[in-house]
Design a protein around this ligand. Structure first.
Ligand code: ZN
Length: 363
């Protein structure tokens, strides 16, 4: 690496560190930033100047701490950047546009007819994005799409949930770049949802799983403070853990998968059994990964959140092999219907914060 490239890298890391701190929302003084990042106040002055030139950071008044000159506070400039986030399901597409802090500025959605073709899906996502892109001010960084099932995150291709899936092989990222002239990325829905959770406090939840209960059951994973997608960006498919031998047939070809049993219980109106199945999946996940926070999200959770929360918390207290000293916090996502669209948009913005994202397209 040349010394110039090395200097750029160091600058990038320092800038990203300051941005991540300010993303927490509270304006900060120079010496507090220096202390948090373990760099000199002089270095912070240079970093803040660079970020100010990019329009990302501004001054936000002063604060007095004892005698001497009051300290100048700095904060993110929310209006400086925007991103579009989209949540695609088999029945609906919902899109949001957010500012640099992840605040939703506008949203819109469209129902999908049964058997919507891949071309029609691309049209609808592009139409919703076009509808939103004039809202707000500041540079539009790109568009992120969260989808259920297997997604090739690096290639921006939807692999589909089964071989006969008509959307299987859809190169959605390339199609959107071409249609919109914007950088784009495609993400698994549960991974997008955990990005939404960790967005405003990036280092507060180093080991967490977000369990998304929509048509299937999947988990977004944050392990050792980084997103975990696995070797084929397919980690977290916990819905295909077999809970009943020779049970209900599943879309994956096996029988008795948790998500097939869960769907069958809900179809019978047996919410208590559906919640127990979910609790069993969560216990297995905690045993396997030793996460200390579980966030529940998705349509089914919001419909029956009390039953699911009771079942999962109960299982944490009684079914974990070492429940006397293992403490696992169980929460319901506060982002409701917007979790996946918001997370997909946040992932686009993370690129601006120096976090590598699979964002591709025109600069
Ligand atoms: Zn299965």
């Amino acid at each position: 690496m040349s010394s110039g490239a090395h200097l750029d890298l160091v600058r990038g890391v320092n800038d990203a560190g300051v941005l991540a701190l300010l993303r927490g929302g509270n304006p900060m003084a120079r010496h507090d930033i220096a202390e948090a990042l373990d760099v000199t106040p002089q270095a912070v002055t240079k970093i803040l100047a660079r970020l100010g030139e990019r329009g990302l950071v501004e001054e936000a008044g002063t604060v007095s701490a004892g005698p001497g000159k009051p300290a100048v506070l700095h904060r993110l400039v929310p209006r400086s950047r925007r991103a579009i986030g989209v949540h695609v399901t088999r029945t609906r597409v919902r899109a949001v546009i957010v500012d640099l802090t992840g605040t939703i500025l506008a949203a819109c959605e469209r129902d999908l007819e049964a058997g919507t073709s891949p071309d029609r899906l691309v049209d609808i996502v592009a139409e919703l994005a076009t509808q939103l892109r004039s809202t707000g001010e500041g540079a539009l960084v790109g568009i992120g799409v969260g989808m259920p099932g297997s997604v090739d995150h690096d290639a921006g291709v939807f692999r589909g949930s089964e071989a006969s899936d008509p959307w299987s092989g859809l190169a959605l990222r390339a199609r959107l770049v071409e249609r919109l002239g914007l950088p784009a990325l495609v993400e698994n829905d549960s991974t997008a949802a955990i990005v939404a959770e960790s967005w405003s406090s990036p280092h507060a939840v180093p080991d967490a799983a977000l369990v998304l209960v929509e048509d299937g059951i999947g988990a977004g994973l944050r392990l050792g403070d980084v997103l975990h997608r696995g070797a084929h960006s397919d980690a977290g498919e916990v819905g295909h853990t077999v809970v009943v031998l020779d049970g209900e047939p599943c879309t994956c070809g096996r029988r008795g998968c948790a998500q097939a049993e869960h769907a069958a219980a809900l179809a019978r109106g047996d919410v208590a059994r559906a919640a127990r199945i979910l609790a069993s999946v969560v216990v297995d996940l905690v045993v396997l990964l030793d996460v200390d926070r579980i966030i529940l999200a998705g349509r089914s959770i919001h419909r029956h959140h009390a039953a699911y929360l009771d079942a999962v918390r109960g299982a944490m207290a009684t079914e974990l092999p070492r429940h006397d000293w293992l403490h696992v916090e169980v929460l319901v996502s506060t982002h409701g219907d917007d979790a996946i669209a918001l997370g997909a948009a946040a992932e686009v913005l993370e690129d601006e914060f120096g976090v590598p994202a699979a964002l591709a397209g025109p600069a």
